[in-house]
Ligand binder design. Structure first.
Ligand code: AMP
Ligand code: MG
Length: 273
């Protein structure tokens, strides 16, 4: 599988300027991998992440922003647990963006987001993000179209600012189909330990499936750039989703070539008594 694995980043990246048609992507496709056969690949990907993140933290130079988006139950939380969990939490702040507070609403929509972007040495993980401001906000007409339609260009500008100031941005859209969401919602209802994740409001959102798909297609098409690419991850199979995210993120970090810093003091001849 080594040759397959080396191309996942290429295969799932949305080419800048291309139009994304999600109906042409199969969210159940595992691209030649099998669950049993790829367990070692996943373990290797997680090991790479652990080691790369330690060097990024030690070097205190690069800033990395990982954005996770997906429809409800797409697996954002599971990806954080199983993939980001391989890295040292000291250097990986996670922010989950919820319904904005009054204070947040009283500012522009990027205000709360900019405050959570990574500092040097950090790999910041966003569970939802400013993309909600062209997703749920668009689907529910929370602001007029004249307002949200300007946001795609604003988001590209914002992300370019971050990139030019040294932030590496990688955005994952976890793509599941309606049937996978049905199964996962059903499991949340059936299993007492999962029930806390379910809200009746989730069913209202589910009714707007097509509107969400359209909103996602637009965001993926208009906001995948050289400096902040989107990746569409087939996410019906959780093990493949984890494998793909781990591998693409590790390849991205690898390109930064992070290194342990040289000591800033002369340590030659120092003996610990
Ligand atoms: P969860 O991720 O299940 O905890 O749910 C968080 C909820 O907050 C989701 O329904 C999001 O769509 C919603 N949310 C996040 N950001 C925004 C935003 N900018 N405007 C409105 N709703 C949002
Ligand atoms: Mg939810």
């Amino acid at each position: 599988m080594a040759d397959e694995r080396s191309t996942l980043r290429d295969r799932f990246r949305v080419r800048p300027g291309s139009r994304v048609d999600l109906s042409r992507i199969d969210p159940a496709d595992s691209h030649g991998y099998t669950k049993a056969g790829s367990a070692d690949d996943l373990a290797r990907g997680l090991d790479r992440l652990r080691s790369l993140q330690e060097r990024i933290w030690a070097e205190h130079r690069h800033k990395v922003l990982v954005i996770l988006q997906g429809i409800d139950a797409a697996g954002k939380g599971g990806t954080i647990e199983h993939v980001m969990g391989a890295m040292n939490p000291a250097g990986c702040p996670v922010t989950s963006f919820k319904v904005p507070s009054q204070l947040e609403l009283d500012h522009d929509y990027l205000w709360r987001v900019h405050a959570r972007t990574p500092a040097k040495g950090e790999i910041a993980v966003f569970d939802r993000s400013h993309y909600e401001d062209v997703l749920i906000v668009r689907v529910h007409d929370l602001v007029p179209e004249a307002v949200w339609s300007r946001r795609y260009a604003q988001i590209n500008d914002f992300e370019r600012l971050l990139a030019e100031e040294g932030t590496t941005i990688v955005k994952f859209f976890l793509y599941i189909d309606r049937e996978a969401q049905r199964e996962r919602f059903q499991a949340r209802l059936d299993e007492p330990d999962k029930r806390w994740k379910f809200r009746l409001g989730d069913l209202e959102e589910r009714k707007r499936w097509d509107d969400y798909i359209e909103a996602f297609e637009e965001a993926l098409s208009r906001c995948s750039t050289e400096h902040a690419p989107w990746y569409v991850i087939p996410a019906n199979r959780k093990w493949f989703r984890n494998l793909a995210v781990a591998d693409i993120l590790a390849d991205t970090l690898d390109d930064l070539d992070p290194r342990y810093p040289e000591p800033t003091e002369d340590l030659t001849g120092v003996v610990i008594e």
